[in-house]
Structures are given as C-alpha cells and as structure tokens.
Write a protein that binds this ligand. Structure first.
Ligand code: NDP
Length: 369
C-alpha cells in the first residue's frame, strides 16, 4: 500500500469508541475567554495573509516528511500526502512547530522495528499548533485552540504512524493540553516528550521536597527540563548534574547547585550520594554507585543494573497540563538549542545535528506553515 493510501486510511477509524478513563481535564491555567480572543485574532490575521489557512479551510493534501525504509537521515523525503482524517476521539492540528527527540532518530534507524507502526512513517512526537477540526466525541478542545502534545501515547509500542513533521497531524484528545500562553509555538513544541519523561521519572521514584537529586546528562532535552522540574516543581534541595565545561553556566542558570565535568571527573568516584539518581545517558552501572542506601535510580536508556530501573514515557495531556502553572510563571522554561531551530525544509539537517548527541536543550522545527 502506498503512502497516500495509508495516510488516507486514518480516516476509517472515525467510529472508534472513547478510550476508557478519558476524564474531564482540570487545567489550572485554562482561561477560555482569553484564549478564545487570542485565537480569533490570529485567525483573522491569517485570513488577511492569503497564503495562510484559517480554521475553516483544511486542504485535502499537505506536505509531510516521510520515510518508506529504515536508514540514515537521507531516507527522509518531503512529500505531498493526504491530510489525515480524525477519529472520533481525535483533533486535527495545523502544525506550527515540531521538535525532534533521539527516539525519532533511533526509530528511523529501525532500532524499534519489532514494535514500530508500519512503514511508511511521518516521524515526530512533539507538536504545537492550532486545532482545525475535532472528532465527534471530542469535548475539551475546539477549533482555534492553541495546543501542544506528544502525539504518541506509547513511544515505542506502535507509535503514531503519521506524526508531527507535517503541516497537519491528528492527535488523540487525551494527549493534548492547551499551549501555555506565555510560550511561542516553537517553545511549546520543544516540551512534551522530554518534560513528560522527566515528570514521569520523578513521579515513579516519588521525588519528595528536600531530597537530593543527581541528573546524569543535564544539558540534553530531558536533562535541562529535569533540572528545572526537580527544583521548581518537586522542591529538591540539591540538584547536581554532569555536563561538559562549555555548558556549566547554562546549567547553573537552570538552577543546578553543582556541575561535574564528566570529561574530567568520574562522578561515581566522588564521595557524594543522592536520594534520587536520574540517568539520561545510559550509564546505569555507574549511576547505582552514587545513590544513597534506600534511594532510587531511574534510567532512560541502556543496560539496567539493580537497584536501577528503566521505563518508557507515556504521553498524557492531563500530566502536561499539570505543568502549565510553572510554564506560565516562567519558573520552568523551554530551552531551544542555540543552533537548533531548523526550518521545515531543513529536517534532514536537523536530524543530522540531533544525532551528533551534542544538542543543548531541544532541536525544534519552526515555523511550519
Ligand atoms: P539529547 O540528545 O538532548 O542529549 C544530548 C546531551 O547529552 C548533550 O547536551 C550532551 O552534552 C549530553 N551528553 C552526552 N553524553 C554525555 C555524557 N557521557 N555525560 C553527560 N552528558 C552527556 O537527548 P535527550 O535528553 O532527549 O535523551 C537522552 C536519552 O534518553 C536518549 O538516549 C533518549 O533516547 C532517551 N530517552 C528515553 C526516554 C524513555 O522514555 N525511556 C524518553 C526520552 C529520552 P555534552 O555536549 O556536554 O556532551
């Protein structure tokens, strides 16, 4: 089956039942009237610019980055394919910005082919944009809402076949949250997968106020958010991280108490021990040596050594919305790599940069028009 036929096939699921457990969300920072006014102003502006698309005008085809075989970034092609239809529990988002995550690259390389959705794929988990169509069972979002999400509920188990590196993407209502008004689309797109990962890690280890946290790999997409969440959301009293010399000032600006230059010092040989150890690098065997007795070690990648454990992030709009007050107040900030904002035509270059393993914060694709 070709890409166009598969993409069109999304629309056949419009009779899907509302998933169990979908509940009325309680967005602490939701301001319906205000957000409505902002959105209407934007739609009016877009109408004035003839090339832009209003909420009422969804085309039948759109541009999307796709790959039909696993391989290096060069397998990615920009193609014109059908705009996905929406299932009953989904909305169609006009994508304004997307972000890359290492999982996008690993997936494209075929590392998860046993559990992947079928090829061809439109990659991309993170999205920020505007709702242009809602499925018949959608109750919490409407056309014109500015939203953001990680579009794949399970990152590795049948992730969304047609993801966010496209002009339009369909998203389950339960994965969406309203975009914090303070954030640009690019900033919002940089957050979902990484911030949900940090949040889930700290929830799983039950990080408590006053505890000490060691974050291995503080300068990455997950690390920069984990530092801020540990301090600002969970109330950690001490946050120590690893990073290379050129990133120390940035890490301190995020609230870190101490940076260990991993190129000069072996953190596991230092005397300090921590209540919670969060390994984003894949060094669980070393990280278990810096945890206090009775403490917890959580890792994201690589081999697991007891008492450490690994998990795979679950996307969840309610959990994303819980972070809204911290994002609106500026206590938690989106961090886009200084070299890492790429245009929609530069997605191959963006993947090449991501796959150096050296980005600081997030690599985003913006604007997507
Ligand atoms: P990034 O690509 O954003 O991480 C890049 C950063 O890692 C760079 O700033 C780099 O800093 C730093 N880094 C690289 N090597 C080391 C090292 N040895 N010690 C300390 N820092 C280092 O990745 P993410 O943060 O987005 O993801 C991290 C890992 O977690 C990936 O493998 C990803 O696939 C995985 N992941 C897993 C999830 C799950 O659910 N299990 C969810 C999200 C991510 P410098 O330039 O200074 O070296």
């Amino acid at each position: 089956m070709d890409l166009a036929t598969r993409a069109a096939g999304i629309g056949l699921r419009s009779s899907s039942p509302l998933p169990q457990g979908l509940r009325k969300l309680n967005y602490c920072c939701q301001k319906p009237a205000l957000s409505c006014r902002v959105v209407r102003a934007e739609v009016a502006t877009e109408k004035a610019g003839a090339a832009k698309i209003s909420a009422m005008e969804v085309p039948t085809t759109h541009k999307a980055w796709t790959y039909a075989e696993y391989g290096p970034p060069g397998v990615l092609k920009l193609e014109q394919i059908p705009v996905p239809d929406v299932a009953a529990d989904e909305v169609l988002v006009k994508v304004h910005a997307a972000a890359l995550n290492p999982v996008d690259g690993k997936r494209r390389q075929g590392k998860f082919k046993n559990t992947d959705s079928p090829l061809p794929t439109v990659p991309g988990y993170d999205v920020a944009g505007v709702v242009v169509k809602v499925g018949k069972e959608v109750s919490k979002f409407k056309e014109g809402d500015e939203v953001y999400a990680d579009v794949s509920e399970a990152a590795l188990n049948k992730p969304r076949q047609f993801g966010s590196l496209a002009q339009y993407t369909a998203v389950q209502e339960k994965l969406l949250a309203l975009k914090p008004t303070r954030l640009s689309f690019a900033e919002a797109a940089s957050l979902p997968l990484a911030i949900l990962t940090a949040q889930e890690a700290f929830d799983r280890v039950n990080l408590k106020v006053g505890q000490s946290v060691f974050i291995n790999g503080g300068a990455g997409g997950v690390g920069t958010l984990a530092i801020q969440l540990a301090k600002q959301v969970y109330g950690a009293s001490l946050v120590v991280t690893t990073g290379s010399a050129g990133k120390v000032d940035l890490l301190k600006s995020l609230g870190v108490d101490k940076v260990i230059d991993y190129k000069k010092e072996k953190y596991e040989e230092l005397p300090d021990k921590y209540d919670v150890v969060f390994d984003t690098v894949g060094e669980c065997n070393r990280c278990v040596k810096v945890v206090k007795e009775g403490g917890a070690v959580v890792t994201l990648t690589g081999a697991v050594e007891p008492p450490g454990f690994r998990f795979v992030v679950t996307s969840n709009g309610e959990n994303l919305a819980k972070l809204t007050p911290f994002l609106e107040s500026g206590k938690v900030k989106a961090l886009i790599d200084p070299k890492g904002s790429f245009t929609f035509s530069e997605v191959v270059e963006a993947f090449e940069y991501l796959e150096t393993g050296r980005p600081t914060g997030k690599v985003v694709i913006a604007p997507i028009e």
